[in-house]
Write a protein that binds this ligand. Structure first.
Ligand code: 13P
Ligand code: SF4
Length: 332
């Protein structure tokens, strides 16, 4: 019998949530989940957060196992920051279109072509690309980090061209942009968004900076997933239009059941093209098996991990207000 079929047979009839709880205790595991995970996973996670918060949690946990319910670059980041922990990802195929857009070899060529530029690299990339970078940023830390750079410092930003362009507009800094995009945030339709706004004229639009400029220009608020959540809960408006992956609406509805949160529409106004297909690969069944087998496990070459750690630690230090040396770290 195929191993996956056999696993499904074993899990059939089990109370999965109780089994995950039992394994979490036995394994001394912490379950970390991103807001784009399905509600059943968010609900049993020990912590749900944005990329920066999840990195911080991974760095500070005293659990022995980190079960990362997110995508591969996030689980890799946890392993870079917490090398002594066992880090499992329920489905190792949970990638990211931004990571795919930025192969390490091509990125190394890009850096070599611009030796006087500091590389600010979005956390949505492979460990190998992190290892080639000067400073890692997340959507919630990027502005602070750019503002900490000397005004004369030349910058290149990879791999998300929409986030990079938004940061350039916000900070007034010119940046060379890598040509990558998030397939989820690219799927929002400006025409459908304008129709939705016309039907809900009082509703502010909260958007993630991975959205293209033609969506962001209709937004009342732009920020990371956690910042969007805070905005939605703090807004006096009863209805909010949310232009990011719609699973975050689960947290909004839990915290403010009387409010109405409407996901921004994709091309035909109804498609589910704005759901992240990579995040959707993780399921409760796969999480349960990952805790049982401690597989699929994230393993990194130690020399690569050390090189990727430096730009990540710079981000964590600057984001928490520490003065940090930002000169380019190495020859590329
Ligand atoms: P944040 O949660 O940091 O806003 O990132 C969003 C995202 O696209 C994760 O893949
Ligand atoms: Fe990558 Fe976009 Fe999915 Fe985030 S939402 S993991 S950026 S594809």
């Amino acid at each position: 019998m195929d191993a996956r079929v056999a696993d499904r047979e074993v899990l059939r009839g089990l109370d999965l949530k109780a089994e995950i709880d039992r394994l979490r205790r036995d394994r001394r595991a912490i379950i970390l989940a991103h807001y784009y995970q399905a509600p059943d996973i968010q609900d049993l996670a020990d912590f749900v957060g944005d990329s920066l918060e999840l990195s911080r949690k991974a760095a500070e946990t005293d659990a022995e196992v980190i079960a990362f319910c997110g995508v591969r670059f996030m689980a890799e980041t946890a392993k870079i920051l917490a090398p002594d922990k066992t880090v499992v990802l329920p489905d190792m195929d949970a990638g990211c279109s931004l990571e795919d857009s930025c192969p390490p070899d091509a990125f190394a060529d890009f850096r070599r072509a611009h030796p006087d530029h500091l590389s600010l690299t979005y956390i949505n990339c492979s460990a190998a690309v992190k290892a080639l970078s000067d400073v890692i940023v997340t959507s919630s830390s990027a502005e602070t980090i750019i503002n900490a750079l000397a005004p004369t410092q030349k910058i290149l930003f990879a791999p998300d061209k929409h986030l990079g362009a938004w940061l350039a507009r916000r900070t007034g800094r010119e940046m060379l942009l890598w040509d990558g995009t998030c397939i989820v945030h690219e799927a929002f339709s400006e025409t459908e968004l304008l129709k939705l706004k016309a039907l809900n004229p009082e509703a502010p639009v909260a958007a993630h900076p991975e959205c293209p400029a033609h969506i962001l220009e209709h937004a009342d608020f732009v920020g990371s997933t956690s910042a969007i959540l805070r905005f939605a809960l703090g807004s006096p408006s009863e209805t909010i239009i949310v232009a990011t992956e719609p699973h975050i609406i689960h947290q909004m509805e839990k915290a403010a059941p009387a409010k109405r949160f409407i996901g921004a529409p994709g091309a035909d106004g109804r498609c589910s093209c704005n759901m992240c297909p990579y995040m959707a690969l993780n399921t409760l069944e796969k999480l349960c098996l990952a805790l049982r087998d401690l597989e699929p496990r994230v393993e990194l070459d130690e020399e690569l991990r050390q090189r990727a750690l430096l730009p990540l630690n710079r981000m964590l230090a600057i984001a928490s207000g520490a003065a940090t040396d930002l000169t380019p770290a190495r020859e590329h």
